[in-house]
Design a protein around this ligand. Sequence first.
Ligand SMILES: [Fe+2]
Ligand SMILES: [Fe+2]
Length: 411
Amino acid sequence: MVSDTTIREKKLQKIIELEKVLSQIQDTDVLLERILTEARAIVHADAGSIYVHEDGMIKIRYAQNETQRRRLAPGQKLPFNFFSFRVDEKSMCGYSVLTGKIVNVPDAYEIDGLPFVFNKQSDMLTGYRTKSVLTVPLRTAAGKTLGVMQILNAEDEKGNIIEFDPDAELYIAHFASSATQALERANLTRSMVLRMVQMAEFRDPKETGSHVNRVANYAVEIYDHWAFKHNISIQESEKFRDTLKIAAMLHDVGKVAVSDVILKKPDKLTDEEYKIIQNHTLVGASLFDDLQSDLDLMSRDVALRHHERWDGKGYPGKVDLKSGKALETDPETGRPKGLHGDEIPLAARIVSLADVYDALSSKRSYKRSWTEDEVLREIQAQAGSQFDPELVMDFFEVLPNIRQIQLAWPD
Ligand SMILES: [Fe+2]
Ligand SMILES: [Fe+2]
């Protein structure tokens, strides 16, 4: 018979191995998803959420619920509700953040005598019944609490809901500490990327930080649907979306090199000025020139190719990346021949769609925002000419999620 100690050691060993997997994920959201998936698997839990702790508030950042997911069509995702509340000891999460303690509750509806209450609002909205709850603070080595992870409804082999036992507490405490380290590092990457994005934004008054966040999140949604249809393995799709998210945020980073006079010009641009603006694709690409990682490679693809069109009429087309000179010329226009269809890297085709959709939906100084109906008709009309028609189909499939993202990142 295998002893309990051996089982425990094996499980802890596995948790340590997971640390390495987590340390390779660069994007915060992708990481949160992985953390929650693994945490639930470790203790056989049906559902869970991760909250972040910022400016005295606790905000939900990510949630999973297996029972609710099973009710969806394959490939579909749970709609996500953003909510937040003040940190105080009266909520289970707030208590865990403030005291740094793990809170283990066998039944969330019967916690009389404890200093906090359980908020039933989410259960009331969804019809879900939360029973056992394990709430774990995500505390860094320096003592800063980044957030809390809440795991719900542990299950036995038969699927009956049971309470989290002391072993589960031990595993999750270990796992939470490596998860926190990985989160801290991903936050750092994110803030560096945002700084780069901001640098480009300072130049272009038409763009906002919300724009890049929306574009990145739309891109991931579209990709997820595409990957599901193409039976891309979980490992591969997770890696791709992780890189895509960051690369998408950097799509216009090449605008750092475009003169203010042109970017801020209120009137129509001359042909010459338009050409200079188009140059942001080449400048952006040159920032990732050394191609040291998959992220560099994809960031270069996206920066360089997000204005190519499916029908081959986009820019910069087939040019020498250093000089910008045409490698092949379109006999009709005399301009460099555009990349066409699948020649355009997938990530760039996705970002192009996400970027244009967002630009059309947003109000800009030179145009009113279009109604959703107008925008969607335009997107559909451009399937096969400006956009990859298959990706347009994916886009429409994930439209409910796209709308949620729009709400989560207002201008
Ligand atoms: Fe651009
Ligand atoms: Fe953009």
